[in-house]
Structure formats: C-alpha cells, structure tokens
Design a protein. Sequence first.
Length: 510
Amino acid sequence: MNSKLKVIYLWCWEQSKDDYTKAAALIVSIVLIAMHITWWKLIKRNSRKEKASLPPGPWGLPLIGYLPFLDPELHRCFAQLSLKYGPIVKVYLGSKLCIIFSSPDVAKEVLKEQDVNFADRDIPAAAFVSAYGAVDIAFAPYGEHWRMMRKVCVRELLSYGRLEALYGLRRREVRDMVQSVYTKIGSPIDIGEYAFLAMFNVITSMMWGNTLDGEERRRVTSKFREGKERRMKEVVKYFDQIFDFVINERRKMETQEEDEALKSKDKENKDFLQVLLQLIDQGDQKTPIAITHLKALFVNMTVGGTKTTSTTVEWAMTELLKQPDIMQKAREELDQVVGLNNVVEENHLSKLPYLDAVVKEVLRLHPVGPLLIPRRARESCNVGGYLIPKGAVIFVNTWTIQRDSKYWTDPLEFRPERFLYSNVTWDYNGNDVRYLPFGSGRRICVGIPIAEKVAPYLLASLLHSFDWKLPEGTKLDLSDQFGFELKKKIPLFAVPTPRLVDSTLYNQTR
Ligand code: HEM
C-alpha cells in the first residue's frame, strides 16, 4: 500500500473510538485506495499514449519514400512487409504516410473498436473526379452527406422489398446471359465478359428500368465497356454523357401522357432513377439530393457493383475447373434442387448450401477488394500500442488475413467445406474479422444485398445449364493482378456444352 494511504489509514484507526467508527475508517481507506489505483492507471495510460511510437516499416528515399521499391501487386507486397515487420507496418508512399494492418486483432481495432476514427476515405485524384468531387457514397467524407446518400441508397434501391420486387429484372438478365452462351456452344467464351454484361444490365435496369431499350441500350453498354479502357478524364466524360442522356430520356417520358402509368407506379416498382428524380423535384430538406449526387450514385453502382461481382463469378469458375470434383458436388446439389428439366430461379439459392460455400470460399481466396477501399485516420490514435497519426492512409490487408494459417487450416487450398462444417456462422457482415471480403463497420460495402443474390445466381445458372471445359491446348491460370479489383491476370476462356434435357429451356428469357 502506498505510504501516504497507510498513514491516513492508521490515523483513522487510532482516532476511532468504537467498532462502528473503525468500520467506517476501513471503508474510507478502501475507497481511497480504489481512487488511488484508478488515478495511477489513468496516468500510466496517458503517458503510454504520449510515448507511443510509429509502427515499424521499411526505409524509403527522401520525398518519394518507398515508391521506387513498391511491387505493383500491392496486396502481395504489403503481405511481404507484414511478414518482416509484423501486423502493423508503416510505409511512406511519396509524402503520404500509410499504415498497413494485417491481422484480425488489429483489423478489429481499426474496423470495429475505433471505426468512427477510421471512417474517412483516402481519395485519389482520379476517384475525386469520377465521384463528382466525392459527393458519392464510396468517397464522401464520413458525415451528414455520406449518411444521407447511403440511407437513400439502402432505402430506395437495396431494401428487401425493392430487391424482391425487382427480381423479374435480374431474372431477365441472367436468362439473357444463358441464352447468349447457348448460341456459342462448342466455342471458347470469355466467362468474365458474359458475367460482366449480365451484371451491368442488372444494375442499370435496377437504376433506370427500361428507359433505354434495344439499340440504345446496346450503345450505352458498349460505351461503358469502351470507357473502361480509357483515361479517367475521358471515362468521366463518357459516363456523364450517358447519365445525361438517360435522365433526359426519362424526363421526356415523364412529360408524355402515355407515361402517366410510370408516375403512378407503386413505390416498390419504381426504379432508382424515378425515386431520385422525385426526391429532387420535391426538394425534400431532409434528403437534399441534386442531379450531381444522383450521377455520383450511378457511378458507385455501375463501377462498384459490376466488375466486383463478375470477377467473383470468373474466379469461381476458374477454381471449379481446377477441381472437377468440387464442380461435380455443386452440380449434384443443383440437379437435386432444380432438376435438369428446369431453370435456376433465385428462390432456389437458399436451398443450395454447397453453392453458397463455394462463393464464400472464392471470396476468401480471391477477395476483389484485397485492401478494402483505403481509409484515413480522422484523429491521431493508438492501435496495437503504436501511434497512428491523424491523416495517415489506412490499408487493411484482408487478402493476407484470409490466407493466414493461424486462422485457416490449409489456407491456400480451395475447400468450400470449411464454410459448411464449421461451428462459426460465417456471413458477409464483417462481424468475424478473420473474414472480411466486403469490409466491416460503417463503411462496409453497401451492395452486399445485391452481390449475395446475383453472384450465386449467375454462377448457379452457368453451372446448371452447361458443362464446361478448357479450350484445346490451353492451361488453367490462377495468377491475379492488383488494380481497381483483384482480377484474373489472364481472362478465363472455357467451352460450354448444353446439359439441360430440353433445348427450349435455353430460350426461356421471360
Ligand atoms: C462480390 C461483390 C462485391 C464485393 C466483394 C465488394 C467489396 C467491397 C469492399 C471490400 C468495400 C470496402 C468496404 C470497407 O472499406 O470496409 C466495398 C465498398 C462499397 N461497395 Fe462493394 N463489393 C461488391 C459489390 C458491390 C455492389 C453490387 C455494389 C452496388 C450496387 C457495391 C457498392 C459499394 C459501395 C457504394 C461501397 C462504398 C461504401 C461506403 O464507403 O460507405 N459493391 N465493396
């Protein structure tokens, strides 16, 4: 016991004349000791905070930092650094201080315990331009505007009721994909490209319904694909023209008398564009949406939702072609639940646990956002005993975490069973920080409800409708390439042959 406290205690004891006062003296002393311990702990914690140092990391050159040594495959390069320096690494990229987090424990601190402090994004110049000055969801700073945009999106586009009501649109696009694969029977097709077109059409029809049809629709799709390859400024110009065109078409439709039906559609059946234009027209103060915000949301949906989902389907087909026994198990389940005289419907998905485990395993080994979308520290703080200064750019390397042998048995093996026979209920909500394909916390992916419907639906339809083999003389390649999404370095080409008993099932598009 501290000597001052001891003196106080003894003095109280001596002054006490009876048992009652002695007991009171004892209580006072205990309270004093407790206060003293708390105070001492606080002092210790504060002094630790002041003394915390920056995490370890590699040396860099003046002004350019580690940039000249950086491997373009950032996820692997960061994994190497964490092997050498530990789960929290500091690296200067140019003048930017970046911190890489690579273990579940530290990811938990960043994404859950101190989520608000890491809820801002680092905004690269290109993203600032494409997101109309970061007024979108993905890059807007954490705050009122971001909250409003996210709420509009979740309420108007991604609610359970809206998604159910829009099933017809998804079904049409998936069936169109199957039909167009059927026209290529026996020839190699680019699987990612087919999945991409289907997903692009799903997203755009959810956003603006049938505003564009036939030739116009094809023109917009090819413009978008053309745009992907071009420089950011040109891409943004393309996007902007497409969005203006779509908005103008819809405005024209609204003024035409025959489209009274469009206005009177019940809420669940309205597309996103219609709901947003109505919010703009009403000038609702609680949701002050402007045309620029609407366009920024369109960018998020088309850019964030299409390649991510189609790349996941492409990886899944690659892994299944590599391990035919797993492909066979997925097929057997489909044959039992759907049958060869039927087409896959979205309501079959809940009865396909093996297929679900395949998709989960794909997202574990090949997360399309291996470093999430980089965050930024809003204030200086401590993580894992290290100082993380205000403004530092934050990377959470989920690619490393999801391949760590401390948390996953045989982590490099593709084994869907690990998600089936597990005492953990794995989901995409980022609750278990060993598995973060969609991120976690406030900035977790907003598109999960669509992705978790469409990715397995596309995959199930491809597997159920066709047998697949690699083109003659080609080898399966599993190398990846870091970029906007973690894509396959070499696109997967495979040759389809029909499986269904009745060829008319391939033309069942409506
Ligand atoms: C397999 C499919 C997908 C994967 C793996 C994926 C993954 C991710 C990841 C890792 C993040 C960053 C989360 C974080 O920082 O914690 C993210 C954010 C985001 N995703 Fe997705 N995503 C997918 C599909 C979609 C779809 C379909 C949409 C829209 C329709 C979408 C829209 C967004 C948006 C808007 C954000 C930013 C959220 C915010 O900053 O508040 N994503 N996604």
